[in-house]
Design a protein around this ligand. Sequence first.
Ligand code: FES
Length: 111
Amino acid sequence: MSDQRLMGSDGFVVVAKVSDVPVGGIKFVEVQGVPVALCRVEDQFFAVGNVCTHDAGPLSGGTLEGHVLECPRHGAKFDVRDGRVLCLPAPLPIPTYEVQVEGEAIKVKAA
Ligand code: FES
């Protein structure tokens, strides 16, 4: 299934079902070639870049506590709402992407 087939005219791509991501869970998805960590905080979903700005750690392998995403490599922390750094050693924020939920479908716009 290519992203092209799933992409609406608004640029959003279906990446997962709501039931695919438990509360407090993080799911790796790729959106038009962009690696994304899809995070669930209660019933809200946040999409952020999957690559840590410290040394490219895969953030989807980290942990999520509330809105705080911790890198599995050296413990940098980011706020999934806006991508800002909450704890070193990450020097820069991570990108954030728009999310829409329609029924069971989670959509992300990465471009
Ligand atoms: S790679 Fe993420 S904290 Fe080092």
